[in-house]
Design a protein around this ligand. Structure first.
Ligand SMILES: [Zn+2]
Length: 81
């Protein structure tokens, strides 16, 4: 999938919904892994399994809590390995 195709498919609201979530404002695509980890598998960079819609608040939080981030991805993308 291209970035453009994926962004069209992703929800237009924050999927993470932590305390202090901004809901439908300041949305960003949040990746499951660090950018460098997609170097060998560039086809996964914009794969639905690897990206969620997150508001900037939730995005910051999950980037600072990597272990929780994977749990959130497992919950939100459980049918997409
Ligand atoms: Zn949020």
């Amino acid at each position: 999938m291209t970035k453009h195709e994926l962004l069209k498919r992703l929800p237009h609201h924050c999927e993470v919904k932590l305390k202090g979530c901004l809901g439908q404002s300041f949305l960003t695509p949040a990746h499951r892994k660090n950018r460098v980890e997609y170097k060998r598998t560039p086809e996964l960079l914009w794969d639905y399994s690897q990206v969620i819609t997150a508001c900037v608040k939730c995005h910051e939080w999950i980037d600072a809590h990597k272990d929780k981030k994977e749990k959130i991805f497992k919950r939100l993308r459980r049918y997409y390995k």
